[in-house]
Design a protein around this ligand. Structure first.
Ligand code: NAI
Ligand code: MG
Length: 408
């Protein structure tokens, strides 16, 4: 019997192209696992009115660890129009399966490493004052609270009367009180102290275990005094047990500006849901973008690892596939870390580092050309060729070929 059972959820579009590539790498590195397939995504929505069927939830409940590709989401009206005719008009409502998974299993800690691999032509460079350019090494891990904040889903257009009555209790609601319900949209930003504590503790623990010198709480407490205020207060409390690590505080708006000024200064960043989403994408942009952005959604029992990118429908039907599998493969390596198979995870990251540093095999995104079948004729590697190149380098060691303070 295999040592681990992993729930494999390729989902939609390019999820079906990149997830099997990650499994090839996991097999090659000697990860002993069985994969059970779970149906999720757009097809399930169309046929069953539920993009995350109960049987997928059950598999995750049973096996606890999932690898997820990507899903397609569409706006409300389009989603309803694509439902199979037998289901239409029956009040089925589309919910994103990844958001649902996060809520059902309380996957409240989202980890998003943003690490530059030397030799990646997509890495951020900056002008030196004396002329020429330099490439700062970015090695940041964003800890994003994954279940609350503005993504908690408590929102209305045309809020019901009891909600309006409650809002009226706040003096600052006065200017909005006269607005017609149909012209009034409200999303509630909810932060709870226990969840704030868990994300801050996870961030500090990661910093300590992986040698990062600082944790930055990235919020906006000067304006969002209650919610960001609570995040910051909890970060300060948790910091008391981590006097070896510095606690910095930045505002989300300023942080996005400083990002390109001194990205090498930052280590671990912790933020509430929306701000964490924003700042992790912003940092990912400095180290290769969607083709390199991996993530883990970790709860107390269940964990799901996924690339940050979506289903990229325009490339989903291409044969051979052309998208970059590295984000998915890095997500699989994060899964190995989670399962205590750190040596195998490092082997994968080292192989990726060598392939990127050599620069001989690059998918279209790494060449800064448009995607499409034409890209292959222009010298871009296909999805499979990139994986093959990584497989060929497994076991090749790199002498700190990448900013790896936290990665070994
Ligand atoms: P997307 O991430 O699917 O694609 C945006 C563009 O980024 C693509 O057209 C492609 O040019 C590039 N790209 C993405 N992944 C790449 C890869 N591995 N290699 C090279 N290039 C890559 O985002 P988009 O187009 O906004 O959304 C498409 C669908 O995906 C939508 O239905 C959206 O709701 C869904 N989505 C799902 C996510 C998830 O499953 N977690 C996250 C983001 C979007
Ligand atoms: Mg995002």
């Amino acid at each position: 019997m295999a040592k681990h059972t992993i729930v494999s959820m390729p989902g939609d579009g390019i999820g079906n192209q990149v997830l099997p590539e990650a499994i090839r790498v996991l097999d090659a590195v000697g990860f002993e696992a069985e994969y059970v397939h779970a149906d999720i995504g757009w097809e399930c929505w169309i046929k069953e009115g539920n993009a995350l069927p109960e049987r997928a939830i059950e598999l995750l409940r049973q096996y606890k660890v999932g690898l997820f590709g990507a899903i397609t989401s569409k706006p409300k009206k389009e989603a309803e129009a694509e439902l199979s005719p037998a289901l239409r008009g029956k009040e089925y409502q589309y919910f994103s399966p990844i958001v649902s998974m996060r809520q059902i299993f309380n996957l409240d800690v989202c980890m998003r490493p943003c690490m530059s691999f030397p030799g990646n032509p997509l890495n951020f460079i900056r002008k030196k004052p004396a002329g020429g350019f330099e490439e700062p090494k970015v090695d940041v891990v964003v800890f994003r609270q994954n279940t609350e904040g503005l993504y908690a889903g408590v929102e209305w257009t045309n809020p019901p009367q009891p909600v309006r009555d409650a809002l009226r209790a706040h003096p600052k609601f006065k200017p909005f009180d006269k607005v017609a319900g149909t012209d009034l949209a409200i999303s509630v930003r909810i932060i709870t102290r226990p969840a704030a504590r868990r994300i801050c503790e996870a961030a500090f623990l990661h910093a300590r275990n992986h040698g990062y010198k600082s944790v930055t709480i990235c919020e906006k407490p000067n304006v969002l005094r209650e919610t960001s205020g609570m995040m910051e207060e909890v970060a300060k409390e948790v910091h008391k047990q981590y006097s070896d690590i510095a606690l910095w505080s930045t505002n989300i708006d300023a942080q996005t500006m400083w990002l390109t000024k001194n990205p090498e200064e930052y280590g671990v960043i912790v933020a509430s849901n929306l701000f964490g989403d924003v700042i992790s994408d912003a940092f990912a942009g400095l180290v290769g973008g969607l083709g390199f952005a991996a993530s883990g959604n970790v709860g107390q029992e269940v964990a799901v690892f996924e690339p940050t990118h979506g289903s990229a429908p325009k490339y989903a039907e291409l044969d051979p596939a052309i998208v970059n599998p590295i984000a998915m493969i890095l997500s699989a390596a994060m899964m190995l870390d989670h399962l205590g198979e750190n040596d195998k995870a490092c082997k994968i990251r080292d192989a990726i580092a060598v392939v990127v540093a050599e620069g001989k095999v690059r998918t279209y995104d790494m060449m800064r050309i448009s995607g499409g079948t034409k890209s292959l004729a222009q010298g871009a590697a296909s999805t499979t060729q990139m994986t093959d190149a990584i497989l060929a380098k497994l076991g090749v060691t790199v002498e700190k070929a990448y900013a790896g303070s936290g990665k070994n």
